[in-house]
Design a protein. Structure first.
Lengths: 374, 83
């Protein structure tokens, strides 16, 4: 199989991830629940994972790193901390349902900072027009999960700091590929999956918490601390980590994060963009294919959407699947992003690359597309 | 053997203390805090030698790592000596 669906989850993981997960099953119990070796081995793995992530994201201390089930879980905590029912929120035009559905559930007054694809300066201008001190939160994805559009989170964060509005960054597609300096941004929260660019297993996610925020508890339960008290602890990470931890997942995530840090974000980013660039150039040469990318892949990461004339996106995805190529077709749980790009009616076929894809795989994709369109 | 127990609010906090003390050259170990020492239930503690307490507290203070309580273990009994 040629796997080009890493924006959903990375399928090929560094070998150390599997080793770490098996080791966790054999040697670790539950962190914070005992002083015996298996509990302390689990606590050490969890702490090491928090510490690696805190360093990667410039957080002052590892307690600001909270483990979640996935990015959606993390975003729900962040949103429900900052946005009261009926609250006012400004979001980008490229947000995922993981952002828009919790806001709908809160019946929030959502203002959309509309901007055309691959024009980061237009995104900044649009946020600037909408954000004022009466806004409860600003939410901006770092990279669009449909189009790979890199949004100007640094500029949006600067605007939020100036206007005194808390910022939530959805780092789902950028984690493990683009840097994010939480200290410099001053963001209230950043949410990300552990199982995409950080190469952990499915069922892992991370919420990075800025300083001075008391997060909403989506779950309450045992934390291994302050057991007599019936309110959840106020301190992190315990406040947000009720119940038994996913230790095989966290151990795998630790191995994934170490891979990313050793390999380097820049090297991973370069590789993924090169593959996306190659795919964009070659697919453009096929009859009836529209590729969503600016020349030189301006403001775009290794995620590429396309449509083909007379082909429904899901049918194209199926035709590629029958040739051993895994892609994602349709609306990608992001109807807002499709509306912003003008592709809501058709959906798109999405290619998304990881550090484990090769130029040969892109060539085979393009050959398969040539066959399908012939 | 006589020692001090520095009570931490959570296992993660105790681990931060342990790493900080290790960097400062203070030997220590993490333990579950004995139940009768903690007012609000489960907690972890960092154990340091009697001779290391001043260095340990200096290093923790430098990193703004505040103990919940400090106990001295002597002649088979714990006695609270600080918060």
């Amino acid at each position: 199989m040629i796997y080009l669906d890493s924006a959903a989850t990375t399928f090929q993981k560094p070998p150390a991830v599997e080793t770490a997960m098996v080791n966790a099953l054999r040697t670790m119990s539950s962190p914070g629940r005992g002083g015996y070796p298996a509990a302390m081995a689990a606590a050490d793995a969890a702490f090491d994972c928090r510490s690696e992530l805190a360093e990667l994201y410039s957080l002052k201390n590892p307690e600001q790193v909270v483990f979640t089930l996935n990015a959606t879980h993390a975003l729900n905590i962040a949103i429900k901390t900052l946005v009261p029912p009926g609250g006012r929120v400004v979001i980008s035009g490229y947000e995922h349902n993981a952002v828009t559905r919790p806001l709908a559930a809160l019946e929030a007054d959502v203002m959309i900072a509309e901007a055309p694809l691959f024009h980061p300066e237009a995104v900044s201008e649009s946020f600037s027009k909408l954000v004022d001190s009466g806004v409860d939160a600003v939410i901006c994805s770092h990279v669009s999960n449909v189009f790979g559009f890199i949004q100007p989170v640094e500029a949006v964060a600067a605007l939020c700091r100036t206007r005194g509005v808390p910022l939530i960054v959805d780092d789902s597609q950028a984690a493990g590929v683009l840097p994010l300096d939480m200290a410099a941004l001053g963001a209230a929260f950043a949410a990300m999956p552990g199982h995409k660019g950080l190469y952990g297993p499915q069922g892992t996610g991370v919420l990075l918490c800025g300083e001075g925020v008391k997060p909403y508890t989506l779950l309450e339960g045992g934390t291994g601390s302050l057991s007599i008290q019936q309110e959840m602890p106020e301190f992190l990470p315990d406040r947000l980590e009720a119940g038994t931890h996913n230790m095989p997942g966290i151990a795998g995530l630790l191995a994934g994060v170490r891979y990313v840090r050793q390999r380097g974000l820049e090297a991973i980013c370069r590789r993924e963009r090169q593959l996306a660039y190659m795919a964009a150039e070659e697919l453009r040469g096929l009859p009836g294919v529209t590729v969503y990318a600016r020349p030189g892949l301006h403001a775009q990461l290794g995620v590429l959407s396309f449509t083909a004339e007379d082909w429904e996106a899901e049918a194209m995805g199926q035709a590629l699947a029958e040739r051993g190529i895994a892609v994602r077709a349709g609306l990608h749980c992001a109807p807002l992003a499709h509306r912003s790009a003008g592709t809501l009616g058709s959906g798109t076929v999405r290619l998304s690359f990881s550090d484990f894809n090769t130029p040969e795989e892109v060539s085979r994709l393009v050959s398969a597309m040539g066959e399908i369109l012939a | 053997m006589d020692h001090y127990l520095i009570i931490a609010r959570s296992v993660t906090y105790a681990q931060r203390m342990q790493r900080t003390l290790a960097r400062a050259g203070v030997r220590c170990q993490i333990f579950r805090a004995p139940r009768d020492l903690t007012e609000l239930g489960c907690a972890y503690a960092v154990r340091v030698a009697v001779s290391d307490l001043t260095d340990a507290l200096t290093a923790l203070h430098r990193e703004s790592l505040d103990p919940v309580q400090i106990f001295l273990y002597q002649r088979g009994l714990y006695r609270e000596v600080g918060r």
